[in-house]
Ligand binder design. Structure first.
Ligand code: MG
Length: 323
């Protein structure tokens, strides 16, 4: 998925780490544009540096790869902010560590009974269920998952932008009685008129946002109530600076944030500090080269109290790494 590690070294000996996206193209943005903006500069205030990075990339950025690259730099700056203050980022955000938060697992295949015991909730990818009748295939998969999980364990569906409105409504009506918490990204992220129709007509809550960028763009989704659940990815949407703004807007609007990949350490600080109803998404195992990530135990995860974001990186041993 083209995750890029950003390391920012300082002359006081601290190194900040962040992860962004965009693969080689994201690395190119960091090396040819963002790096020069930061060299010989104080790492604070981050919010002003974010604005400088955004404005400098504006002509070719705004969404996608440039913001994914900025996300990695922003997170590395937040890691430095926490390390300089000798405090976890969650505390800088007004929260505290040490509180268990429930996790959900995102799965692409049928859920086994053993898996079902490991998480507090599940999300089933249903975009590629094919067959003679794809709606019937989805309904069958959802029914199987509900049977394994029992009546009450939360279950969500993810269509990864592959459906249209009529398919979404047909599936929603067919699984309405199966206690589904949300349908995620049923249609492409830019189809705002489509989302307007879906939130009006779909009997199940609509989630989305993992492929949206910047708090400003989330502002429109929130103001127009185009999603019930907003799912920014902190490594893609602009970093912690933007995730904090998104949380504040969503909480004020009475909607819900459920960050994409929320159990990963980059988002977990915001869940611990800003989320009234945290539910941390896990797609593990992956990103095993990021040390310091808390384990998931009995369907919950607990943020530790290491300063900054609390990650450890062995820069000499990054698997599959292009530098
Ligand atoms: Mg998704």
């Amino acid at each position: 998925m083209g995750q890029i590690l950003v390391a920012i070294d300082t002359d006081c000996g601290l190194t900040g780490y962040g992860v962004g996206g965009g693969g080689l193209a994201g690395m190119h943005v960091v090396r040819t544009v963002l790096r020069d903006l930061l060299l010989d500069r104080e790492p604070e205030p981050i919010e002003q540096i974010w604005d400088l990075m955004y404005r400098t990339t504006l002509a070719f950025g705004r969404k996608g790869i440039a913001i994914m690259a900025i996300s990695g730099v922003d997170l590395a700056l937040w890691d430095l902010r926490g390390k300089a203050a000798a405090a976890p980022v969650a505390e800088l955000l007004g929260g505290r560590t040490g509180r268990p938060m429930p996790t959900y697992s995102t799965v692409w295949d049928d859920i086994t009974p053993a898996e079902a015991r490991m998480h507090s909730a599940f999300k089933l990818h249903v975009e590629n269920r094919s067959g003679h009748d794809s709606v019937a295939a989805v309904v069958s998969a959802v029914q199987n998952a509900r049977d394994i999980l029992g009546a009450d364990k939360p279950l969500m569906l993810d269509a990864w932008m592959k459906w249209d409105i009529s398919t979404t409504l047909a599936v929603a009506q067919a699984v309405e009685d199966l206690n589904i918490d949300w349908i995620e990204e049923p249609i492409p992220a830019d189809d705002l008129a489509g989302y307007e129709q879906l939130v009006a007509e779909c009997p199940i809550s609509i989630a989305g946002g993992e492929h949206e960028f910047t708090a400003a763009a989330f502002g429109e989704l929130i103001d127009r109530r185009l999603h019930h659940i907003l799912q920014p990815d902190v490594c893609w949407c602009g970093g912690m600076t933007e995730l904090v703004k998104i949380y504040n807007m969503v909480n004020a609007a009475g909607l819900r944030v459920c960050p994409h990949r929320g159990s990963e350490i980059w988002s977990l600080h915001a869940l611990a500090a800003l989320d009234p109803q945290p539910l941390a998404e896990s797609g593990r195992p992956w990103m095993t080269w990021v040390g310091g990530q808390p384990p998931i135990k009995n369907g919950s995860i607990t943020l530790g109290d290491s300063p900054g974001l609390g990650v450890t990186i062995d820069e000499g041993h990054l698997p599959g790494c292009i530098t």
